[in-house]
Design a protein around this ligand. Structure first.
Ligand code: 9MR
Length: 443
């Protein structure tokens, strides 16, 4: 027991050292002086430093009109290394009249972020909501062209300064339909989303391009499945998409789902990063704090969950202040939810999950037939592993190779059988097409 703890501790120290080295490299490419300095001095004592231990960012939404509030900027500067403009880069803000662009407030946020060594998420290039009046009244080819022009102009203005763009926001309907949301943009043709992504890639080839939505957290919800199917289709046809943003606005009617890590893992397995982009959780005390911890653990359990952003600094800054959904109270004090979040991040890459060790497993969907499909697994970090595989719904095991597998439905366990660190299984779908979840432990 003591030996295990010692070795985990030394691994943690190594991670901290290697982050310092990485930060030094980043410094020479002139991205983030402040991030490097802050993280090296105070690893683990702020949200950004604790997230950086596992190579992740921790961000917040920022409102330009609060940049003169010193309590706000002090907390934001200390705790976060990623910034999202809460409203200032939206369509109504950036193109109030057609072809007349206004970047004043967006630029203020980018300038504050960059001068404090932070990176920026762009939000958002195409959305049915917060459209300027002139756009709301458009349709057809004229609207499609106006939308593409907007994407091109805004992404070009911020080229080279954006870590990730929410290229398209909230394009799917709520409820059980799994359909696209009806909107003037949707009525220009189903390919409007991929057209927006292609225009964004052409304008800023180095920004990661995300699809961003809410109510996509629960793996079994129709909206989650619909977005998953779109991303899978985009990846298979070469539409340029790099990431999926999960807004993560939770309350009692929309609680943190117990299968959150499955959702994040399944999207990541399509070959995209996943980011938690607008996190806030209505509530207070232990219940709220535990939900924040659960979100951190879900992200930490998925290698391609690259960062978390909360949707505001203090409760009083929130779009739904009455729900007290954030990590600092209205006086700027750290809440219990802050402590649980920080502790979960500091618990490291396994998020404190019992049984999870310092190895990772990448899950990839392979050959597919009507009734079954192949899934391949690649383990890294150890050659002594055990992978727990959570099948979906009625799925059952037909075949396997290069690992010893126990179980045929529900949860399978895979261990090495002398054939290295990559193995595969064939699953009968029995009505469930989703990828299984997988967790790696060292043995
Ligand atoms: O927090 C934003 C609030 O200030 C605006 O009034 C509102 C207008 O739609 O948008 C809020 O941010 C939203 C984000 O842009 C997209 N996802 C939902 C967020 C909360 O409504």
């Amino acid at each position: 027991m003591t030996r295990t703890r010692t070795s985990q501790h030394s691994r943690r120290s190594l991670r901290a050292i290697s982050f310092g080295t990485l930060a030094a490299v980043v410094l020479t490419s002139a991205v983030s002086v402040g991030v490097a300095a802050t993280s090296a001095q105070a690893a683990g004592s702020t949200l950004q430093a604790a997230a950086a231990e596992s190579g992740r960012y921790f961000g917040t939404a920022i409102a330009a009109n609060k940049l003169s509030d010193s309590q706000y900027t002090t907390i934001a500067n200390r705790e976060f290394n990623m910034v999202t403009a809460e409203n200032e880069m939206k369509l109504d803000a950036t193109e109030p009249n057609q072809n007349q662009f206004n970047f004043t407030n967006g630029d203020r946020i980018v300038s504050w972020a960059r001068s404090n060594g932070k990176q920026v998420r762009g939000h958002t290039l195409a959305w049915h909501s917060q459209q300027p009046g002139w756009m709301q009244n458009m349709s057809g080819t004229a609207l499609r062209n106006a939308m593409l022009n907007h994407v091109t102009q805004v992404a070009t203005h911020y080229r080279g300064q954006i870590h990730s763009w929410d290229v398209v926001n909230e394009a799917f309907a709520d409820g059980s339909s799994g359909a696209r949301r009806d909107s003037n943009l949707q009525r220009t043709g189903n390919d409007w989303i991929e057209a927006a992504f292609r225009a964004a890639r052409a304008a800023d080839p180095n920004a990661k391009l995300c699809y961003n939505d809410y109510n996509t957290d629960n793996w079994s919800h129709a909206k989650t499945q619909a977005v998953y199917n779109m991303v899978r289709d985009f990846k298979s046809r070469g539409v340029p998409i790099d990431c999926v943003g999960f807004q993560a606005h939770f309350n009692s009617g929309n609680p943190v789902p117990s299968n959150y890590h499955t959702t994040l893992g399944n999207f990541a397995a399509l070959g995209v990063d996943v980011q938690i982009t607008e996190l806030d959780i209505a509530g207070s005390g232990t219940s709220q704090a535990e939900q924040y911890r659960g979100i951190m653990q879900a992200c930490l359990a998925v290698a391609r969950c690259t960062g978390v952003s909360v949707w505001g600094v203090r409760d009083s800054d929130s779009w739904r202040a009455g729900d007290t959904p954030l990590l600092f109270d209205g006086n700027g004090n750290k809440k219990l939810a802050y402590n649980y979040t920080l502790d979960a991040l500091n618990a490291g890459g396994n998020g404190g999950n019992p049984g999870a060790g310092d190895c990772t497993v990448t899950v990839t969907r392979a050959e597919e037939w009507n009734d079954r499909f192949n899934v391949t697994f690649a383990v890294s970090g150890t050659s002594s592993w055990r992978v727990s595989i959570g099948l979906q719904g009625g799925q059952s095991l037909q075949n396997s190779w290069n690992a010893a597998i126990s179980g045929t439905s529900g949860t399978l366990t895979a261990t090495p059988n002398g054939n290295g660190n990559s193995f595969g299984i064939t699953l009968y779908k029995n009505g469930s097409t989703g990828l299984p979840s997988a967790t790696c432990s060292t043995t």
